[in-house]
Design a protein around this ligand. Structure first.
Ligand code: C5P
Length: 421
């Protein structure tokens, strides 16, 4: 089964959880899948509910959990056919011996096995079971059948099992399963986008996340940036065929597939790496980082001791990374971001000029439904005058989708070959 060509929408995963002690690991798996930006709906077999409750998955996935095949209320909401159609990928983890046998033989006596038969989406299984049940001929025969049917398998690991046995059959770690699935999407998306080649042959450097400015060896000044927008843009650029380097402040996001990542702490470190990469050759520079405007003038060598009711720390201005790069002779196509609460067009255009950018993407941060920690965003994009391009409104969408639209806007402007001089 192949992934369809609907590239870079937020990917939807139906996660099937079957009965086995490893079901507790599926809770962590939901978290890891959400970290990658997937929309997850959980389907549980009856066996799974003996180990973990639907409520756990509902809370973690943010979606209702599906358990019954012949439940009139569920069928009037999202029934098995809708779920099968909704899925961009069906992942079953842990996949029990019984479920593997059902899938291999076309049985459909519960919700999960029915979805399996009814979906056109690619299917991934992460089996987990007692080592003897894994090794037995019927299980291996069923797995061979499924692999021949085009099903992907994340192999179980060897080691000590909950039942006390030692051997092959432990569920692969949630991080590993989530990474396999993400890589699968990323690779497929890149193949689709490479056909369009919007950024093929271009080296794109992206700054992302917050910076951290030390006060002393244990304290720092920072901000609430999560890095989600920058990481989504990196994913979109890679999918568009670019060679991508992400210069990232401290965030808790996984590195997007195919992207080179350089971790930094302070604004000055971010600037040093940015300059180096631009000198080495960079075609597009996208500054999404929430760089701390100020740093501590004199970082204390030792932890500052608590004393008195007041502590005065003197701050000095940090370098403006995007503006510094824009002043270089051999400058890349420069994209900046702005967060405004009013007079968006006026302020964005002023920033575009002041920082000598080619393009600026502006957030309306007075809106509470988008921005910083949210998975969604909406933006208005302005171009430098010489491009003679109208502003573009990017309506509220997932950050990945906004990233894709930004890539399209960048590619359009790049083709005009009129960099700001
Ligand atoms: O000046 P302001 O912080 O509003 O500008 C935001 C834009 O400038 C963003 O693209 C941000 O990444 C970039 N910036 C930077 N270095 C700074 C401050 C902001 O690159 N020191």
């Amino acid at each position: 089964m192949k992934l369809d060509a609907n590239a870079l929408q937020t990917r939807r995963i139906v996660l099937g959880v079957t009965g086995g002690i490893a079901a507790y690991k599926s809770a962590i798996l939901v978290r890891r899948l959400k970290d990658f930006g997937f929309d997850v709906r959980v389907v549980m077999t009856h066996g799974a509910q003996a180990f973990i409750t639907p409520l756990t998955f509902q809370a973690l996935s943010g979606n209702p959990v599906h358990t019954e095949l012949l439940d009139p209320t569920a069928e009037s909401g999202m029934g098995h056919i809708e779920l099968a159609r909704w899925a961009d990928l069906l992942l079953v983890a842990p996949a029990s011996c019984d479920t593997i046998a059902k899938f291999a033989n076309g049985l459909a006596d519960d919700l999960l096995s029915t979805i399996y038969l009814a979906t056109k989406a690619p299917v991934w299984l992460a089996p987990a079971m007692n080592q003897q049940m894994w090794a037995v001929k019927s299980t291996q025969r069923n797995l061979t059948t499924l692999v021949q049917d085009g099903i992907h398998v994340v192999m179980p690991e060897a080691g000590e099992q909950a039942c006390g046995d030692v051997g092959l059959g432990r569920l692969a770690e949630p991080e590993i399963i989530a990474t396999w699935v993400n890589d699968f999407f990323a690779q497929a998306e890149r193949e689709i986008w490479e056909k369009f080649g919007l950024l093929a042959g271009h080296h794109v450097v992206i700054t992302a996340g917050p910076t951290r400015e030390s006060i002393d060896p244990v304290r720092y000044i920072s901000n609430h940036s999560t890095g989600k927008m920058g990481y989504a843009i990196a994913t979109a650029c890679y999918a568009a065929g670019a060679d991508v380097t992400l210069i990232s402040g401290p965030v808790s996001l996984p590195t997007p597939n195919g992207v080179r990542r350089i971790n930094v702490q302070s604004a000055r470190e971010m600037l040093t790496h940015s300059m180096q990469l631009v000198e080495q050759g960079c075609d597009v520079f996208i500054a999404t980082a929430a760089v701390a405007d100020y740093r501590v003038a004199q970082v204390a060598e030792h932890k500052i001791k608590k004393a008195g009711d007041e502590l005065n720390v003197s701050l000095v201005k940090n370098p403006d990374i995007v503006a510094t790069i824009a002043q270089q002779k051999k400058r890349p196509f420069m994209v900046g971001f702005a967060a405004e609460t009013q007079n968006i067009e006026e302020y964005a255009k002023a920033k575009l000029q002041a920082k000598r950018l080619d393009m600026i993407a502006c957030n309306d941060v007075s809106r509470s439904d988008i921005g910083f920690a949210s998975d969604e965003n909406a933006m208005t994009v302005f171009f430098a005058e010489q491009y003679q391009m109208d502003k573009e409104e990017l309506e509220k969408a997932s950050k990945l989708d906004i990233g894709k639209q930004l890539v399209e806007a960048i590619a359009k402007a790049l083709n005009k070959h009129v960099p700001v001089s």
